[in-house]
Design a protein around this ligand. Sequence first.
Ligand code: MLT
Length: 253
Amino acid sequence: MKLYTRTAGTGLPLVLLHAFPLSSAMWLAQRGGLAAGCHVVTPDLRGFGGSPLGDDEPSVDAMADDVAELLDTMGLDKAVVGGLSMGGYVAMALARRHPGRLSGVILANTKASPDTPEAAANRETIAQRLLDGGDLLDTVPNLLGTTSLERRGMVVGRVRGLVGSAPARAAAWAQRAMAARPDSFDTLRGLNVPALVIAGDEDKITPVGDAEAMTKALPDARLVVIGRAGHLSAIETPETFNRAVADFLTALA
Ligand code: MLT
């Protein structure tokens, strides 16, 4: 599986994995704001953006293996790997399956717990609806914090555009992959590289408590809670997000 990938900058490799149902386009401000200090690598996870979906069964493990293969192709032995929400689930699968490829981990607006049976059933309903021609635009208000919804019209418009262009088959596949993901707390407990956990204080999908639980499980982690940010903190408050990441990379180096 060859992932379409946008890159910027040189130096320490930083791979950023996007949220559902977005693409590497969501990391525009990170490619712009972090490239002065590192080599930012932002792939489109399978089926999204410019990457093909393939015909594997839905799983976050397949997505993680794609990223490991991307590191091989780019000649990168190790990288700091960060993921936001679904991207975080993939980063945790990478930590489970390819721990030697990580020099640090960033988990933003994500959680280590698996779906409840109800949440998994709801994802199957969404997958079916997508395959029957539905769209995901009704999820936009949940993806954004109150501050963005009320005062950041450009952010709302941009996220609507990104969500509206998500390919239905890929989005259905990814819902099924997320529904099948395992509990990742043991993986976090066993992680032997530094980690940064980022939360948004207006995140309705993965509240701050999820970030606190991951921070507690990780042997070496710092937690940054961003004010006036919802679930898509990297898009809603890019300067604060980038500062947290840049500080983490400086401490790592
Ligand atoms: C995401 O933003 O990637 C999704 O909200 C994750 C999820 O549905 O659990």
